[in-house]
Design a protein around this ligand. Structure first.
Ligand SMILES: N[C@@H](CCC(=O)N[C@@H](CS)C(=O)NCC(=O)O)C(=O)O
Length: 104
């Protein structure tokens, strides 16, 4: 999806969103259709979330299994303000969470 279809925010609002998503990472790989759904949502919502490709980088796969418990992608790693780390699986759940938090 091109950036021309992404939502637009004021610079201040985008800076706040950028700050929030700097504590997130999406574990994925390119040929996974469920990952594509989440990447499209990320693009639409203009979220600069770090993408960690578990096929290209074995260390990311190890992190995902160690933290989340399984190698399934997509998985969104969320570091909360209180330091708690959440590993969110399921593309529909991730997209719903991103929409509720950043869809405005
Ligand atoms: N219901 C899940 C399906 C995810 C899924 O099947 N992912 C595949 C890749 S396309 C996968 O990671 N399979 C390997 C595994 O589960 O260990 C979703 O919507 O996110």
């Amino acid at each position: 999806m091109s950036s021309s279809t992404s939502i637009e925010r004021t610079p201040e609002a985008q800076a706040e969103v950028d700050r929030a998503v700097s504590r997130m990472a999406l574990y994925h790989f390119m040929s996974c259709p469920f990952c594509q759904r989440v990447r499209s949502q990320i693009e639409r919502l203009a979220l600069p979330i770090e993408l960690r490709d578990i096929q290209r980088e074995p260390e990311y796969r190890r992190e995902l299994i160690a933290g989340g418990g399984r190698a399934t992608v997509p998985c969104l790693r969320i570091e909360h303000d209180d330091g708690r780390v959440e590993w969110m699986y399921e593309s529909a759940d991730i997209n719903r969470y991103l929409e509720q938090r950043f869809g405005g």
